[in-house]
Design a binder for this molecule. Structure first.
Ligand SMILES: [Zn+2]
Length: 272
């Protein structure tokens, strides 16, 4: 089946969908480009492996649209589909890059975009596991390209802080990977790929819950290869996806996009 039978441009185009002339036109008005970095990793029985990548593309398009309405043109780069997903590898279909490979990929994409005139780069988190790598590559690139700036906004805690108000779950702080919040965003994004009939509530054993409260102040990151997502959640998700609705998903997208636009405007527009 030719892809144009399925293909529909939704919202503003990304570079994947633009012509070179359209990018050249945009460059006359802006040097801001947003590069979402997602993942192909299992998302439970009810969501597709590309959930993070699909959400990243949604978010970047919404940011381009909202900033455009507010008079600031920004360009969306195509979403990097693959990320740091080693902890999901016991589930078939998950694809994991090492952080060095992901850094090399981001570096060469940014170098290409830099050569065309982009100077302000937003490395848009679209999978929590990519955060450390995005920060590392942003630091490296900022020393290599002295007149460029690299912004890594982490919207996850911002959205998480709103979960008690927005979600209907009685355990909003336990709605994580493919739980109520993420399933709601996927219903708002790509309902055809959500299979709620395969979903059921699942909360991990407290002893191995990666989000459990630690009995010491501050944070410490513990890397271990013997416990991955399969041990924490045999079916792949954490939370109750059955509570998810389109309205909740749209509300969460709104919170994320509002915050991102504010951050990008503050760092790259207002404080120039
Ligand atoms: Zn996800």
């Amino acid at each position: 089946m030719p892809s144009d039978v399925l293909y529909e441009v939704k919202g503003p185009k990304t570079i994947l969908e633009m012509t070179w002339e359209e990018v050249a036109e945009a460059l006359k008005e802006t040097d801001i480009v947003i590069l979402p970095v997602g993942s192909i990793e299992q998302h439970g029985r009810h969501l597709p492996l590309g959930s993070d990548t699909l959400q990243g593309t949604d978010i970047v398009k919404m940011v381009v649209e909202k900033m455009g309405k507010d008079g600031v043109r920004v360009v969306a780069a195509p979403t990097i589909q693959f990320g740091i997903s080693y902890h999901h590898m016991k589930f078939p279909g998950s694809i994991a890059l090492s952080s060095t490979t992901l850094m090399a990929l981001i570096r060469e994409i940014c170098q290409s975009l830099y050569s065309h005139g982009f100077r302000k780069f937003v490395l848009l988190l679209s999978h929590g596991g990519n955060l450390a790598t995005l920060n590392l590559v942003a630091n490296d690139l900022s020393t290599e390209m002295q007149d460029a700036r690299f912004l890594v906004p982490d919207w996850l805690p911002v959205m998480g802080a709103e979960y008690p108000d927005v979600l209907s779950s009685e355990r909003p702080k336990d709605e994580h990977h493919s739980g109520e919040g993420e399933t709601a965003r996927m219903i708002a994004s790509t309902p055809k790929l959500v299979q709620l009939d395969k979903a059921a509530p699942f909360y991990p054993d407290e002893k191995i819950d990666p989000y459990r409260k630690r009995p010491y102040p501050g944070s410490a990151s513990l890397a271990r290869g013997d416990i991955g997502m399969k041990e924490i959640t045999p079916i792949g998700h954490m939370g109750n996806p059955l509570l998810a609705t389109k309205e909740t998903g749209e509300k969460l997208y709104e919170i994320i996009v509002e915050w991102l636009c504010k951050v990008i405007r503050t760092e790259f527009v207002t404080e120039e």
